[in-house]
Design a protein around this ligand. Structure first.
Ligand code: SF4
Length: 355
């Protein structure tokens, strides 16, 4: 197990930015969060933003090894941006995306480097000489990383074992290591205290949150409040909600906006139908049909999203926009931001860049 003799190159640190050596390298540069605003570091911030965006859109983070320094530095900045979104969906997605790319890299990596990476996570790992296996690892390292893997091949009863070790091919070892990487990144993203971050960082984080709302099915977003929070409704939806509750007339697009908004934030269908009950022309059968259609439970099974602010403005549905409205372009982005504000409100002062 001569892992201590392996020295990671700068290219390795760029490829595997989650390593302790990468974190130490970043720490040695003593870069402050404010430095990221300078032209010198603008590419680092841009690459960090891109990392998170790629994770949201493709569940994979590309490797851009031509500029190793940017690649290494952008990883902790991407962690910081992800934490700043306060969005659990983005956190899960980012950890998974980095781990998936690490798997692709590690499965074609040299045996020595794989052992050194495993050593970074304190694995007990040895070379195996029994074909087709390349490595054997302590069974506890195997168990810890197969908990969430469904394939029966990962059950210990289905593995070749000897003397408390489990035999693995190179690809299998990379797979289990990627699971270790995912959990390692997730732990870093679950920092209980979010550092106080400058506005330019929170602005980027906000844009990433909005991108998530636009591109990903809203019900998938774990960042959505678990219960309906009326106080987090945007002004337009609050006005529509109030009008519906008191039986006042609502335009067709207003009804559609209100219904699709409530469906997407998880309000039960019966509760939405009840909301329209005070309307003078209320028809339960027709209302149920319309609500279930918007919820994707009828017809084409498509769940509809509320229109963007731009369209709502042109139809006169945008009502009393406030300061939060100036930073979003979709009513669900408003709700996501307000609904998770409590979490991101817990901030501690910290000028150092996350590492
Ligand atoms: S800006 Fe958007 S979220 Fe805010 S009130 Fe107008 S339509 Fe609603």
């Amino acid at each position: 197990m001569l892992t201590s003799l392996i020295k990671f190159t700068k290219s390795d640190l760029a490829r595997y930015p989650f390593l302790k050596e990468s974190a130490e390298y970043v720490k040695s540069l003593d870069i402050k969060v404010e430095d990221l605003q300078s032209p010198e570091f603008s590419r680092v911030l841009e690459r960090a933003r891109e990392r998170v965006e790629e994770a949201i859109l493709y569940t994979l983070v590309s490797r851009k090894l031509k500029h190793e320094e940017i690649e290494i530095l952008s990883f902790p900045v991407a962690i910081m941006l992800t934490v700043a979104t306060g969005n659990n969906f983005i956190k899960e997605r980012y950890a998974l995306a980095e781990a998936k790319q690490a798997y692709l890299d590690m499965k074609v990596e040299s045996k020595e480097k794989i052992m050194a990476i495993a050593g970074n996570f304190s694995w007990r790992i040895w070379l195996a000489s029994e074909a087709p296996y390349t490595f054997k690892i302590h069974f506890s390292d195997c168990l810890r990383n197969t908990v969430h893997l469904r394939d029966k091949k990962w059950k210990l009863v289905n593995r070749l074992m000897a003397g408390g070790t489990v035999y693995l091919t190179r690809s299998e070892t990379a797979r289990l290591l990627s699971e270790e990487v995912r959990r390692h990144i997730k732990r870093r993203l679950e920092a209980s205290e979010v550092p106080k971050l400058p506005q330019f960082i929170t602005d980027v984080a906000q844009k990433l949150s909005m991108l998530t709302v636009e591109k990903i099915g809203k019900s998938e977003l774990e960042g959505m409040p678990k219960t309906v929070k009326v106080e987090a409704f945007p002004p337009c939806v609050s006005a529509l909600y109030e009008a519906a509750s008191t039986g006042r007339h609502i335009s067709h697009i207003g009804r559609f906006t209100l219904t699709s908004f409530l469906v997407n934030i998880g309000m039960p269908i019966d509760a939405i139908i009840d909301l329209f009950r005070n309307s003078s022309d209320f028809n339960e059968r027709l209302t149920r049909y319309q609500v279930e259609h918007i919820a994707g439970e009828r017809g084409s099974r498509t769940k509809y999203n509320p229109p963007k602010c731009e369209l709502l403005k042109t139809h006169g549905v945008c009502t009393n926009p406030n300061g939060v409205c100036a930073k979003i372009n979709h009513p669900l982005a408003y709700y996501l931001r307000r609904g998770t504000a409590a979490k991101t409100g817990q901030r501690a002062t910290n000028n150092k860049m996350l590492n």
